[in-house]
Design a protein around this ligand. Structure first.
Ligand code: T46
Length: 134
């Protein structure tokens, strides 16, 4: 499975670090929504769904968490722990998020507004709905 990690240029000086996110520049879509996850308790697992259309970029702006991404053929397990790295999550990719560090702040940029009808929350349905699946 092709995992796309975007290196985000860090502007650093003696005052600290700054990362800029720009639609169509380092973020490969027009950003319509931003949300972030924080205060995630120990042992919590989130996600467990795919999207039909939504494309997103996830950035662990603080701390770390582990993503399990599954395209129906392959599962990839990836630690997100770098605020200068964006993980692209395309449509029809099942995602699970686990192992949140206590201080984790996971920011997600999305190319659409929130729409519950875009979620596939059942894994068997996800396998059935993958486009081009024989
Ligand atoms: C995803 C992963 C990475 C809203 O009202 N607006 C929003 O924009 C979002 C994202 C969620 N919500 C509500 C819906 C639920 O009542 O917030 C609640 C928690 O959402 P959910 O259980 O879907 O959260 P996660 O962490 O399982 O998944 C989220 C995103 O929903 C999802 O698109 O890819 O983070």
């Amino acid at each position: 499975m092709d995992i796309k990690l975007i290196p985000l240029q860090t502007h650093g000086d003696e005052r600290g670090s700054l990362v800029a996110l720009e639609s169509g520049n380092n973020i490969p879509f027009e950003i319509k929504r931003v949300y972030y996850l924080f205060n995630t308790g120990k042992g919590v697992k989130r996600g467990f769904h795919a999207h039909k259309l939504l494309k997103q970029v996830a950035i662990a702006v603080r701390g770390s968490c582990r993503f399990i991404l599954d395209d129906g053929k392959e599962r990839v397990n990836l630690l997100l722990d770098n605020p200068a790295q964006g993980l692209v999550i395309d449509s029809y990719v099942w995602r699970e998020m686990v192992d949140f560090s206590e201080d984790c702040v996971l920011m997600v940029l999305a190319d659409e507004l929130y729409d519950e009808s875009d979620y596939i929350r059942n894994y068997d349905d996800f396998l059935e709905l993958i486009p081009g699946r024989a």
